[in-house]
Design a protein around this ligand. Structure first.
Ligand SMILES: *[C@@H]1O[C@H](CO)[C@@H](O)[C@H](O)[C@H]1NC(C)=O
Ligand SMILES: *[C@@H]1O[C@H](CO)[C@@H](O)[C@H](O)[C@H]1NC(C)=O
Ligand SMILES: *[C@@H]1O[C@H](CO)[C@@H](O)[C@H](O)[C@H]1NC(C)=O
Ligand SMILES: *[C@@H]1O[C@H](CO)[C@@H](O)[C@H](O)[C@H]1NC(C)=O
Ligand SMILES: *[C@@H]1O[C@H](CO)[C@@H](O)[C@H](O)[C@H]1NC(C)=O
Ligand SMILES: *[C@@H]1O[C@H](CO)[C@@H](O)[C@H](O)[C@H]1NC(C)=O
Ligand SMILES: *[C@@H]1O[C@H](CO)[C@@H](O)[C@H](O)[C@H]1NC(C)=O
Ligand SMILES: *[C@@H]1O[C@H](CO)[C@@H](O)[C@H](O)[C@H]1NC(C)=O
Ligand SMILES: *[C@@H]1O[C@H](CO)[C@@H](O)[C@H](O)[C@H]1NC(C)=O
Ligand SMILES: *[C@@H]1O[C@H](CO)[C@@H](O)[C@H](O)[C@H]1NC(C)=O
Ligand SMILES: *[C@@H]1O[C@H](CO)[C@@H](O)[C@H](O)[C@H]1NC(C)=O
Ligand SMILES: *[C@@H]1O[C@H](CO)[C@@H](O)[C@H](O)[C@H]1NC(C)=O
Length: 399
């Protein structure tokens, strides 16, 4: 692998093709895959927040690269296209006529535009969306779409609504979350192929307590009706999700569950059973938060994020790395160095290979066998986070 990589580097140098653009570290960015490109927008770098906030670039996933050698990563800088809005803590979905636009929704910064549209065909930012009736107060929601031009997202914080945003005729419909009288936010949101949206984890706005994982709220977009699912098996005690992806096996991977902010998995094909995934190597930094997630076929691209050194004291720095998880096997995932057929398992740097799995299992068992200990522990951890007003995760609006 190293040999071919060297050849690639030499060829690249010869053809003057080595990637000139390398994005700097950031967290709270927004990503979306369209065909063979993964678009990246915005984010927050403590040292230069106003620069990262408007940056726009893509990763060319048709080209080979190795995540460990940043010079090989085929980034393309699109910040030359004028009109990119400053955003962090936002979410992205595809919409518009012929699915030809990306909509970037939300902003921790309390400044408009709330929605920014990038027209992929014309390669232009469009800022004329009528958003006058839409609350700006939204924090880290996850939008979903079934590809029909309707984008859904929870409007957290101020109103207890699911927003139906019709990107074809630019109409907004606010759907009260009638099954919950408390406003949820920060939920992982997953669109199933049958048009049912599943909300897992998150918090309640009123007192910051966690949404129970004993039932999942659902919304059937066909019948416009709310419901819930009772999962089977033993899951984590809490999820404070970074987001979720739905794999080709019908597994929902929720990132940011349990005390260790781990990956938890729900098998939607088997009675919505919680399963503890095996992760064969131990590569991903365990102290990463506020990264982005993108499903690319059988791979999950995890990008950038905040690397905390002390979660209580909110010390750490942003990451400029990307990570790839191979989820092509049903319950057995592997961190790898590159996409595609030439990908190799990432060599485990330490023998701590079972740690990821055992943490998930610990938490699962803890719910049954040691409920007081686990809950006491997590609430301590989380209450310290909430006391610091999420400064770790949500940067102030005025910077
Ligand atoms: C901002 O990005 C630079 C370049 O990647 C990085 O060196 C720096 O650590 C980042 N700032 C923070 C606070 O992480
Ligand atoms: C970033 O932009 C905001 C809004 O335009 C401005 O108020 C702030 O001073 C800028 N911060 C820095 C560090 O330039
Ligand atoms: C895989 O490696 C071979 C050479 O070893 C190369 O010809 C081929 O293009 C590579 N494929 C991808 C998808 O990178
Ligand atoms: C990306 O492109 C913009 C606009 O051309 C330019 O100002 C910026 O410096 C570029 N970024 C990097 C890191 O090269
Ligand atoms: C911006 O840069 C990209 C990548 O270099 C290039 O393909 C595109 O034509 C440029 N667009 C404008 C408007 O300059
Ligand atoms: C996001 O949440 C944080 C913490 O609750 C809050 O301080 C901030 O004002 C919120 N931002 C917006 C835009 O509502
Ligand atoms: C927008 O489109 C939706 C779905 O086709 C339709 O129900 C709605 O009436 C339209 N609204 C306007 C203002 O055209
Ligand atoms: C929510 O509803 C339950 C019963 O359905 C009620 O006990 C509770 O007080 C309500 N909470 C709020 C915040 O309205
Ligand atoms: C969603 O609603 C449609 C229309 O009523 C119904 O046919 C379908 O079975 C529902 N889906 C689920 C999973 O309940
Ligand atoms: C799925 O769960 C329901 C309700 O708990 C139960 O009746 C049913 O037997 C379960 N099915 C399977 C295949 O486990
Ligand atoms: C998981 O996958 C890895 C890599 O493909 C393989 O070496 C390992 O044997 C598998 N483990 C299990 C339990 O299937
Ligand atoms: C691996 O485990 C050992 C023993 O538990 C520990 O000392 C070491 O810090 C761990 N390494 C990493 C990278 O987690």
């Amino acid at each position: 692998m190293q040999f071919f990589l060297n050849i690639y580097l030499i060829l690249s140098l010869l053809t003057n093709n080595l990637n000139a653009f390398t994005p700097i570290a950031r967290d709270l960015l927004s990503t979306i895959k369209v065909d063979d490109k993964v678009y990246f927008h915005g984010g927050y770098n403590d040292s230069s927040p106003n620069i990262t906030a408007t940056e726009f670039f893509y990763l060319d996933i048709s080209a080979p690269f190795n995540v460990n050698d940043k010079r090989t990563i085929p980034w393309v800088n699109l910040s030359n296209i004028t009109g990119s809005p400053a955003k962090h803590g936002h979410t992205a979905c595809v919409g518009g006529t012929k699915k030809s636009s990306i909509f970037f929704i939300g902003n921790v910064r309390d400044v408009p535009p709330f929605v920014a549209q990038f027209d992929l065909t014309r390669q232009k930012w469009i800022t004329s969306t009528n958003e006058s009736t839409v609350s700006l107060h939204i924090n880290r929601t996850q939008c979903v779409t079934s590809g029909d031009g309707i984008i859904y997202f929870l409007n957290g914080l101020t109103t207890n609504n699911l927003v139906n945003f019709n990107t074809i005729n630019f109409t907004w419909t606010f759907i009260p979350v009638t099954v919950e009288n408390r406003t949820m936010y920060y939920c992982s949101t997953t669109m199933m192929p049958d048009g049912v949206i599943i909300f897992i984890g998150g918090r309640y706005v009123d007192n910051n307590s966690f949404v129970s994982l004993e039932k999942f709220t659902t919304y059937n977009t066909t019948s416009a009706s709310w419901g819930f699912i009772i999962p089977s098996g033993f899951g984590p005690s809490t999820c404070f999700p970074e987001g979720s992806v739905l794999t080709n096996y019908g597994h929902i991977l929720i990132f940011g569950c349990g005390e260790a902010f781990n990956i938890s998995v729900v098998d939607t094909t088997n009675n919505y059973t919680w399963i503890a995934p095996i992760i064969t190597n131990d590569y991903i930094p365990k102290n990463l938060m506020s990264y982005s997630l993108t499903l690319i076929g059988d791979y999950v691209l995890m990008a950038f994020g905040f690397l905390y050194t002390d979660i209580i004291l909110d010390r750490g720095s942003q990451s400029d790395s990307i990570y790839i998880l191979n989820v092509s096997q049903k319950n057995n995932y592997t961190w790898i160095t590159s996409l595609g057929q030439n990908s190799t398992a990432f060599p485990s740097s330490t023998p701590n290979t079972t740690e990821n799995t055992s943490l998930v299992i610990d938490v699962s068992i803890g719910v049954v066998g040691g409920i007081f200990i686990v809950i006491a522990d997590t609430s301590h951890l989380y209450s310290r986070i909430s006391q610091s007003n999420y400064s770790l995760i949500l940067h102030p609006a005025n910077t």
